[in-house]
Design a protein around this ligand. Structure first.
Ligand SMILES: Cc1ncc(COP(=O)(O)O)c(C=O)c1O
Length: 372
């Protein structure tokens, strides 16, 4: 081999940011197993194993629960493109970066988009949500359960109730909540939920698990014109992954193995136990950060268990602190962006990353960096 060809030697980072998150050894090993064809009975069996596990993490009985080949944004684009078109009026509740993306995708589908906005980091009260939905009478409503740009949890109960009262369907972004916090799709009344593989499920990025209610499927079946986004057309995808097993695209087999193993790990742990672990570790990290004198951007009870957003103290520099943790501890986490650039840090404890020893190391690193 010519000496100029470099070998692949990625650094070992402890990924404690907004994602991707640490990947379990068993998941890496699953990805190294022999691939089969994308129409092989074994591949379809992998899918059938995955579906009920996804129903468990989403909290749903929806028959239409499946995995898209693409990242979380593909899930978002699928949710929007299948249900939002020129005749649609969409209300999107926006208090952060990712809700804005739902609005932008809806705009590109030619829909009438009503942006209900608050400053980044705030939540919408039940009354505010109800008022906006009853006033606008949309056909679709979009919101983000776990806003990764701010660390806020947005409750969806009142939103779904009001939406259904006016005959609208609800799209919920569950990218930073799936597999770590209870989403309760059915109980809440969410119609279309999407997520990703690289956060709470602790797999590499590349897949987007979705689930769609029967109510939404009825609306989809009645839709006359085709989804303009061919790759993410649920009707076509159902012909591939559903009964007919008809070729649609060449699914990334090794990623499906990874997701299979990642979800198997969750089933072994138990979903309730997993939620409890994330909550306990979240509380421990908050206590530790507050013990170091840091204040949090988000107040209780709106904090995510997955993503923590301490405010950068006066006189401390975002990048200097992050570099100190990366250089001294190999810990990779993120700063804020948009209106929160230079104002907050974003620290993730998700899936394989949500561990006591990681919290201890992180707090040690922060103590050192803040006192420097
Ligand atoms: C809340 C939220 N929605 C959507 C996305 C987009 O997901 P992806 O980057 O996997 O396409 C992200 C990514 O971080 C996110 O945090």
């Amino acid at each position: 081999m010519p000496s100029s060809i470099p070998s692949l030697n990625p650094p070992h980072r402890l990924l404690l940011g907004p994602g991707p998150t640490p990947v379990a050894q068993r998941v890496y090993e699953a990805m190294g197993k022999p691939i089969v064809g994308h129409l092989d009975p074994f591949f379809f069996q992998i899918n059938e194993n995955i579906r009920p596990w996804l129903r468990t993490v989403y909290g749903t009985e929806n028959p239409f629960t499946m995995v898209l080949s693409g990242t979380g944004s593909a899930g978002m684009e699928a949710a929007v493109s299948n249900f939002v078109h020129a005749d649609t009026k969409v209300v999107v509740f926006i208090a952060g970066y990712f809700a804005d993306r739902i609005a932008e995708m809806s705009r590109r589908q030619g829909a009438t988009v009503v942006r209900v906005e608050k400053p980044w980091g705030e939540t919408f009260s039940d009354a505010e949500i109800r008022e906006a939905i009853l006033r606008e009478k949309p056909t679709m409503v979009g919101y983000v359960t776990a806003e990764t740009s701010t660390g806020v949890w947005q409750n969806g109960d009142a939103l779904c109730q009001a939406a259904h009262e006016v005959g609208a369907l609800v799209i919920a972004d569950c990218v930073t909540s799936l597999g770590t916090m209870p989403i309760n799709v059915d109980k809440t009344g969410i119609d279309i939920a999407f997520s990703c593989s690289q956060k709470g499920l602790s797999c590499p990025p590349g897949l987007s698990p979705i689930t769609v209610s029967e109510r939404a499927m009825e609306r989809l079946r009645a839709r006359k014109e085709s989804n303009r986004t061919w790759y993410l057309d649920f009707k076509l995808l159902d012909e591939y992954f559903g009964g007919q097993k008809r070729y649609h695209h060449t699914a990334p087999i090794s990623m499906f193995y990874a997701l299979h193993e990642g979800l198997a790990l969750i089933m072994e742990e138990g979903i309730e136990e997993r939620f409890a672990r994330h909550k306990a570790n979240h509380l421990e990290l908050i206590a530790g950060l507050e013990g170091l004198g840091l204040k949090m951007l988000v107040n209780n009870p709106h904090r995510l268990w997955t993503l923590h957003t301490p405010i950068i103290p006066e006189g401390k520099d975002d990048m200097t602190v992050r570099k100190s943790l990366l250089d001294n501890y190999g810990i990779d986490f993120a700063g804020g962006f948009g209106p929160l650039a230079g104002k907050i840090w974003r620290i993730g404890l998700m899936g394989e990353g949500s561990k006591k020893e990681n919290i201890a190391l992180l707090l040690e690193g922060f103590k050192k960096a803040l006192s420097a």
